[in-house]
Design a protein around this ligand. Structure first.
Ligand code: IPM
Ligand code: MG
Length: 348
């Protein structure tokens, strides 16, 4: 029995999570294991009613579950960052979920905006550092709201933080096609030289892994021009955020990309990479595939490998049929119908 804490969150979060839970429940039945879903209200409505974002006791409580399944956080009624940093950020940073796994995997070439692409050309695992960088460095204002004001945001990379994410990425590459690309901007940001040095150092422990380094601007270009050049990409928190939106679009749309925030062997938060898309909330236009595949990543983390594979295969089969006109918001099928379509291909 796995106890899953569910935070449906804001906007389209609850709709996509509903489909995710439906697929997870069916999978559990087919594979003979049990899942218990315990819902939590964290998000905009709860904040506007109570003033609470994600109190310490809530974080402690979430941690007593086996994993967290998260929809999306963010609402136009609340200033940007308050909930995103206060909930998504707090989970990642306070629980030290330093690995953010973001697969960029093309299931059906017809959905990609790239010409003459085959699924085997676009199968990348982005390993995004998830606790440091400009997200959690010191920041603030000097002489705020005067003519002389200055805004400050400092990126930082700790030796330990860089080492642990690089080591994780080398391991991940070993289980895939044995090629690891470090994506940075060391030509403009001297501090990122640390990444290059540690990459070389740790690389010596992994002589079987081919190493490549690339600047982030060139990486964005190369992901479009020759995505087959990449197997695992390891990168900083901010660059990983940006590159994976690009990656999702290359696979057909933001709605289909899943992610896992993990402290390996300990705990994880599983969510689609998309945001709360408030304009689509309640319209049925959202694509739940990112949430569904995040559910598969959660099962894999929980040791339910077979269940994870079932969900991924059902998704691949559903996309092969081309019954879904596009992977963007507002396709011919609504959120629930996409859930039904995938469910209809779930079988042992
Ligand atoms: C993501 C999101 C978050 C991020 C936001 C909501 C803070 O864009 O998970 O990709 O920047 O990491
Ligand atoms: Mg993002």
């Amino acid at each position: 029995m796995h106890r899953i804490a569910v935070i449906p969150g804001d906007g389209i979060g609850p709709e996509v999570i509903e489909q995710g839970i439906r697929i997870l429940e069916k999978t559990a039945k087919l594979c003979h294991f049990e899942l218990a879903f315990i819902h939590f209200p964290w998000g905009a409505n709860h904040y506007l009613k109570s003033g609470e974002i994600l109190p310490t006791h809530a974080l402690e409580n979430l941690r007593t579950h086996d994993a967290v399944y998260l929809g999306a956080i963010g609402d136009p009624r609340v200033p940007p960052g308050v909930l995103e940093r206060g909930i998504v950020g707090a989970l990642r940073w306070t629980l030290d979920l330093y690995v953010n796994l973001r697969p960029v995997k093309l299931y059906n070439a017809d959905y990609s905006p790239l010409k003459e692409i085959r699924p085997s050309d676009l199968d990348i695992l982005v390993v995004r550092e998830n606790t440091e960088d400009i997200y959690t460095g010191p920041s603030g204002f000097i002489k705020k709201e005067t003519a002389d004001e200055m805004a400050l945001a400092i990126a930082f990379y700790s030796r330990k933080g860089v080492e642990r994410i690089l080591r994780y990425a080398f391991q991940a590459a070993r289980e895939r096609r044995k090629k690891l690309t470090l994506c940075d901007k060391a030509n403009a940001i001297p501090a990122q030289e640390l990444w290059r040095r540690v990459f070389e150092e740790i690389g010596k422990e992994f002589p079987d892994i081919e190493r490549q380094v690339i600047y982030v601007d060139a990486c964005a270009m190369a992901m479009v021009r020759r995505p087959q050049d990449f197997d695992v990409i390891v990168t900083t928190n901010l660059f990983g955020d940006i590159l994976t939106d690009l990656g999702a679009e290359l696979c057909g749309g933001m709605g289909v990309a899943p992610s896992a925030n993990i402290f390996p062997g300990e705990f994880g938060v599983f969510e689609p990479i998309h945001g709360s898309a408030p304009k689509y909330a309640g319209t049925g236009k959202a694509n739940p595939i990112g949430a569904i595949l995040a559910g598969a990543m959660m099962l894999e983390f929980l040791g339910e490998k077979k269940g994870a594979t079932l969900i991924e295969s059902a998704t691949v089969e559903a996309l092969q049929t081309k019954k879904l006109s596009s992977l963007g918001a507002g396709a011919n099928l609504d959120t629930k119908e996409i859930g039904s379509l995938i469910e209809s291909y779930l079988k042992v």
